[in-house]
Design a binder for this molecule. Structure first.
Ligand SMILES: CC(C)(COP(=O)(O)OP(=O)(O)OC[C@H]1O[C@@H](n2cnc3c(N)ncnc32)[C@H](O)[C@@H]1OP(=O)(O)O)[C@@H](O)C(=O)NCCC(=O)NCCS
Length: 179
């Protein structure tokens, strides 16, 4: 399978609406309707000074979407979605490898990249780990859902120096004794 990443263009509003409103997105708050996506695209919310969005093209087909966020901050974050029919084939893993290199290359001042997901999103957590992201945070019952269940949220990040050296530096979780 050939994977490419292609930045969205101003004419992509309908394609974004097809993608984002076309299926349920688990681990995301609510489903966006087509009109909301069109309006957000018209407002430039998918591509502006702080945000860049890319199609993940698998053999030329729009299989996923990568949204890079908070690009003006010290630590960018991202949202990644792979369409249901394309999951489990390594696309998510390749997308995070690509976006990590892209962000560290495009933004020379940043030293880290962060991502957050729900505790039970095992696929996304595997994607983080496979790309050298270390678990840095765990917020209990901080992710409410419409059915009333409150899940834990977990945060991962990669340091530029770890990315360069190919290592994973874990936080010092045993630091309570130092205080
Ligand atoms: C999370 C997501 C991006 C992963 O993309 P993907 O292309 O399916 O991921 P990959 O094929 O690269 O698989 C990554 C790993 O997850 C593992 N995995 C997949 N589903 C899993 C599950 N239910 N439980 C445990 N591991 C799982 C795979 O086995 C793989 O690890 P391996 O290569 O060691 O076997 C995709 O499932 C998705 O878009 N989900 C819905 C939206 C979402 O959750 N986005 C993330 C929001 S933070």
């Amino acid at each position: 399978m050939h994977i490419e990443f292609s930045r969205i263009s101003p004419g992509d509003a309908e394609s974004l609406a097809d993608f984002l409103a076309g299926e349920e997105w688990p681990y995301h708050a609510g489903t966006q309707d087509r009109e909301t996506v069109r309006r957000r695209a018209a407002e430039g919310l998918y591509d502006d000074a702080e945000t860049r969005t890319f199609w993940v093209l698998a053999d030329g087909e729009r299989a996923g979407l990568v949204k890079l966020q908070d690009l003006a901050d010290d630590t960018p974050m991202f949202d990644l979605r792979v369409r249901h029919s394309w999951r489990g084939r390594g696309i998510g893993t390749q997308a995070v490898a690509w976006l990590t290199g892209y962000l560290f290359g495009e933004l020379p001042a940043i030293t880290r990249i962060e991502g957050t997901t729900r505790q039970d999103n095992h696929a996304m957590r595997a994607v983080f780990r496979k790309n050298g992201y270390a678990k840095e945070s765990h917020y209990r019952e901080s992710w409410p859902t419409p059915d009333g269940t409150c899940y834990d949220a977990v945060g991962y990040a990669i340091l530029r120096r770890d990315w360069i050296s190919g290592t994973v530096t874990l936080p010092n979780w045993a630091d309570e004794s130092l205080t």
